[in-house]
Design a protein around this ligand. Sequence first.
Ligand SMILES: Nc1ncnc2c1ncn2[C@@H]1O[C@H](COP(=O)(O)OP(=O)(O)OP(=O)(O)O)[C@@H](O)[C@H]1O
Ligand SMILES: [Mg+2]
Length: 360
Amino acid sequence: MSASSNPQPFPGLDLLATAVLLLERNLRINYANPAAENLFELSRKQLLGQPLAGLFVDAASLMQAIDKALMSRGSFTEQEIELAMPARHKLHLSCTVTPIEQGTAVLLVELRHIDQQLRIAREERLLEQQQANRELIRNLAHEIKNPLGGIRGAAQLLEHELGQPQLSEYTQVIISEADRLQALVNRLLTPHRLPNFRATNIHEILARVRSLILAEYPQGIAIHNDFDISLPELECDPEQILQAVLNVMRNAAQACHGKGEIRVITRVARQVTLARKRHRLALSLQVEDNGPGVPGELLERIFYPLVSAREGGTGLGLTIAQTFIAQHQGTIECQSEPGRTVFTILLPLTAAPHRNGHTP
Ligand SMILES: Nc1ncnc2c1ncn2[C@@H]1O[C@H](COP(=O)(O)OP(=O)(O)OP(=O)(O)O)[C@@H](O)[C@H]1O
Ligand SMILES: [Mg+2]
């Protein structure tokens, strides 16, 4: 048995998002790709040489799929199987088994998270919906912008013509409300500048955000950093990333009413799919707070424009953050329960080829 060696049977298997196992005739694992290590939360070393059935509490459905593939001598797919590993949540997977002849390996098993497929479909739907909403709001903002200028100008002229100074109180209301609307409309329209990419140290950006938040909340907010300092530089528009993180962290501080704890965590994430593209390395940046959490009915819509549960909030902070992150081919999502809200930003970590000629 050649389980101790881990041959690279097909070039590229290591890069797949799908978990792939190769099995020998005795159904022991002869090869496992990194996605399989992630799926089973076991290292290659732990997987190689193991009988496949031994990994699970009950592997009957998987074994049936293997039998069918062996009997039909062709590829067999089971759309939904449930596998339980000792002391772990159940895995819901789709499974394809294909007989092969590759050294001592006779079966290729592909396993995909069904939850992951559903999540990707849902994310794509949401993204399309959000783009449509943005377009609508942008057009609306444009339409509001022009007459606003006219209203403000006319109120100013009227003020000059007024005989009774006490009436200027009313024109002042018109002018200041027009200014407020103008500021809102400008915020709705700004995020569409194209990003200006350069190699950036993310931890320098986070340090700037930290000092801005601490200046806004001089007492009461504690910001803890948990950084992976080995992270390579991020090719990004530093101003946009700063604005995105600032919006997220300011929300956290506001939710805690200036009296909570914020934890900022940076890590390397491997083999992630962002905006339908697979990346070998990505930056994972999490902002966690111990505030009351996002109100349940809001959680699904939190990134939509003008959605706010905060007194005086315009509901644009997260929309702008999401737009900037999306312009970097990244994603931002939120998980929240009372006492723990986490915003996770994922950004591709692929150095620009013109800078150092290779990806990190
Ligand atoms: N960390 C958090 N904890 C609890 N609720 C949050 C958190 N972050 C965001 N929210 C909720 O999401 C809403 C939308 O946030 P968003 O930043 O888009 O708008 P806003 O903060 O209301 O206004 P602004 O445009 O000034 O940022 C907030 O009003 C708040 O209800
Ligand atoms: Mg906000």
